[in-house]
Design a protein around this ligand. Structure first.
Ligand SMILES: Cc1cc2nc3c(=O)[nH]c(=O)nc-3n(C[C@H](O)[C@H](O)[C@H](O)COP(=O)(O)OP(=O)(O)OC[C@H]3O[C@@H](n4cnc5c(N)ncnc54)[C@H](O)[C@@H]3O)c2cc1C
Length: 374
């Protein structure tokens, strides 16, 4: 089948679903993208936008390699989005300073040096030479100059404009109620507007993804991990790099605001913000950047990261269900992993060799032997 005859149906219009649509459309595959609400109103636009392949990862391995690969794809990918849809995702190539405030944290950071790439240990004085407003309590830290950032809201707008331009059939307010299996193959989904059929069905429904596979006996462990954030503004900029310490990061944006995040709470699908939690975040941020004590309050919000038991995403086909591909569970790194995920899913759909070995990320890894046989 040549690519222009192939069809794909993507369930979920967050950053992951939109990135997949972008790559499939660029490859000439006809795409339908459905979302239960409006596009990009869940985890993807609650994010801070760090591309933290170095800062976020605490040990070497397949996940670190995936993160680094996606990070390398990022700059060109955002340029492609700007060229296609006319909207900039606001890629900022300033790095991240990861400061230690305790001896324990300092030792943990130093233990990463033997294997981490593109990182340099800086003394407290050297860190303050780069960011003079950093607290005098910092003990030093790591500088990750390759860990850049985007603005997630602008990234979402850039992706939406690009897939619209490439002819994606976008259907908002269209929840998928269930998968359609015929002749031993997944062929589409049921919606309130009727059946939608395609050669390939891709689940990219974030923290909601397991509801669709469960009726087939496939209990994919995927759960929401709430993150509360606060945004502040100061009269004049106090940092130009992202600054990060254990339990708190501060990401400066082009509009002069700073995103401070984020909590990690396993409390179901609750997106409410609590004043006490936001107060604790503000205190943690002030410890790192004392100037934030008197900063102007802009807003608070919360989003639900798609968590998995081993913190690895599910990217790949199910061995036992032809026609179904999974792209979910990106937890804390879905913004970073968007270009790699889009490309990998395109390669699977086109039956091309994948850019990396997908075995560590196969959704089959969490199924019991009984589920795998059935
Ligand atoms: C506070 C916070 C800070 C973060 N910071 C960063 C960061 O700095 N860097 C980074 O890389 N990552 C970050 N993340 C993680 C990142 O946001 C997520 O990993 C990523 O957004 C997941 O994208 P997604 O498209 O899988 O999920 P989502 O954005 O949640 O999208 C899933 C979509 O599927 C739709 N859907 C669900 N069920 C159905 C259905 N049955 N039918 C149709 N549609 C359905 C939903 O409506 C939703 O639009 C952060 C997350 C949070 C919450």
């Amino acid at each position: 089948m040549n690519s222009s005859n192939r069809t794909a149906l993507i369930i979920g219009g967050g950053i992951i679903g939109c990135s997949i649509a972008f790559e499939l459309l660029r490859a000439g595959i006809k795409c339908t993208l459905i979302d239960k609400g409006a596009l990009n109103k869940e985890a993807s636009t609650a994010a801070a936008g760090m591309l933290g392949a170095q800062v976020e990862i605490h040990h070497p391995g397949a996940f670190y390699d995936l993160c680094k690969w996606s990070q390398q794809l990022y700059r060109n990918w955002t340029e492609d989005l700007l060229e296609t849809g006319g909207i900039s995702p606001q890629y900022i190539d300033k790095g991240i300073l990861r400061a230690a405030l305790t001896e324990e944290d300092e030792l943990e950071l130093l233990s990463r040096l033997p294997w981490i790439h593109n990182a340099e240990w800086l003394t407290a004085k050297e860190m303050r030479a780069i960011e003079p407003c950093l607290s005098h309590e910092i003990r030093g830290g790591l500088s990750f100059q390759q860990d850049h950032q985007v603005h997630p809201v602008h990234l979402a707008l850039a992706l939406q404009a690009s897939i619209h331009k490439l002819g994606c059939d976008i259907r908002e307010w269209t929840p998928a109620f269930g998968l359609i299996e015929r002749n031993g193959r997944i062929q589409g989904v049921r919606t309130a507007e009727g059946e939608l059929l395609a050669d390939q069905v891709i689940i990219a429904s974030g923290a909601w993804s397991s509801a669709l596979t469960e009726p087939f006996g496939l209990k994919l462990s995927l759960f929401p991990v709430k993150g509360q954030c606060i945004s502040l503004r100061t009269a004049a900029p106090v940092i130009s790099s992202t600054v990060f310490t254990k339990g708190c990061y501060i990401v400066p944006k082009q509009d002069g605001s700073m995103i401070i995040g984020a909590t990690q709470e396993e409390c179901g699908y609750d997106k409410r913000c609590q004043a006490s939690v936001i107060g604790t975040l503000h205190t943690a941020a002030t410890k790192l950047l004392p100037e934030l004590e008197q900063a102007e309050f802009v807003s608070t919000w919360a989003g639900l990261r798609p968590g998995t038991p081993d913190d690895l995403p599910y990217i790949g086909r199910f061995e036992t269900i032809p026609g179904l591909i999974m792209a979910a569970g990106h937890y804390r790194n879905g913004i970073l992993l968007a270009p790699a995920t889009g490309l990998l899913i395109k390669q699977l759909v086109m039956e091309e060799p994948t850019g990396i070995n997908l075995t560590p990320f196969t959704p089959d890894r969490v199924l019991t032997p009984l589920q795998q046989i059935n």
